[in-house]
Ligand binder design. Sequence first.
Ligand code: FAD
Length: 455
Amino acid sequence: MTTLPSTVLAALPPDAWLLDDASRHVYGFDNSKRHGPVLGVALPSDEAQVQALVRACAAERTPVVIRGRGTATTGAAVPVAPSVVLSCERMQRIERIEIANRLAVVEPGVINGDLQKRLKAHGAFWPPDPTSAPYSTIGGNLACNAGGPRAVKYGACRDNVLGLRVVTGTGEITVTGSFTTKGAVGLDLTRLVVGAEGTLGVITAATLRLSPLPAATRALRALYASVEAAADAVGRLLGGPDTPCAIEFMDTKALDLVRSRVPGIAAEARALLMIEVDGSIDSIDATALAVRELALGDGCIGADAATNASDGELLWAARKALSPVLRSLAPRKINEDVVVPVMRLPALVSGVERLAQRHDLLIVCFGHAGNGNLHVNLLFDPANGDSRERANAALDELFDLVLALGGTLSGEHGIGLDKRPFVARAIDATSLHLMRQIKAAFDPFGIMNPGKGVS
Ligand SMILES: Cc1cc2nc3c(=O)[nH]c(=O)nc-3n(C[C@H](O)[C@H](O)[C@H](O)COP(=O)(O)OP(=O)(O)OC[C@H]3O[C@@H](n4cnc5c(N)ncnc54)[C@H](O)[C@@H]3O)c2cc1C
């Protein structure tokens, strides 16, 4: 393998490098289980060190792969060529929290869950809520435009960031956006960098837009006789005056998997919606009641409402039981996070059922129905004949189906390495050309996370 250039090594103090074989091996993975070659692991402590490192890498044309905590599911944090892995783990300062301005300025290595704990004491929160929040970073969240159940009401990362400091691929610093919740000057570079998967530069600080922490939440679990009935209910909920802060969905296969573990899932239920509303203590009961009325309707076979937080936890049990069950079913799982317009969910789920039959696979769908964003889990055992080939063929057809329904390849996980072969199906040639020109403007030497995203 190529060695680390001495000028790159000299850009940081010796204690900011991990160069032993074990560290270089470990930092070559992410949660995709892919692995790539690492020249050295850099642990900068501040923006000045990031800048010095990137300048040296640019001069040597050495690839740089930025890393939060490696929880990406797509290979986004895995090098494809011998690279410096720039880990943000020493950049964990929460620089300031300004409640009156509804903003927080943080370094990229801050763990999402740690930030939420700090904000809670101020009666605020940062809306992006990936399930990985206890161990993923703000930098990684922003770079993937991560989201979670709350996105239906509060949006994903792009909707909750005011500005960034970014070290570009030439080692220059660009300050994007503003410290204000309105701004109408110039192009929106912030939204370009968010979701760019580390291909445009290193986020060294982020000004996050905060929301006031709701005083109360109420959960509601509704069961439906068909996916169509559940989708109709989602349409009614989104058309109503009170947007829920979660509208989560489970398909028939998912319900079959948890039915024996969780009480109250009727045998005839073919789909489930887990709905949550938030608001003030005075208004929450009325809001929950109004939302329940909307959830009821043709095909609804029951709607249980929680009256307090611990009842709410019980109702969420079905949704939370699913991931561990899925892990126990097959040695391999392809977890896609496709997204379609909400009212196309029934067509997506029935199309997936046809794919499962045609390719003789177990495929389980659940996810964020309020955004039309479903996790489609294709389960297989690589030791079992041609099951891997069948899963890959089903995946290929799944993407065609999603695009035909007016959706796109990913709602929150991003492209990484996994979805690169499919990008040209989802993005037209003119847009791809523009995106590559933007990439070249930020990173003319092509050193920032090469081979990822659309680059
Ligand atoms: C159990 C589990 C549950 C998950 N649930 C969700 C979910 O609900 N919703 C969701 O959206 N995702 C989810 N994910 C995916 C993943 O956690 C998110 O994409 C997360 O945002 C990645 O954060 P990270 O710190 O681990 O980043 P990494 O995986 O280390 O990196 C991800 C990408 O960000 C880039 N990057 C990291 N830091 C910076 C920076 N400072 N500047 C520029 N680029 C940077 C990397 O180069 C890479 O391209 C889940 C993953 C797991 C394992």
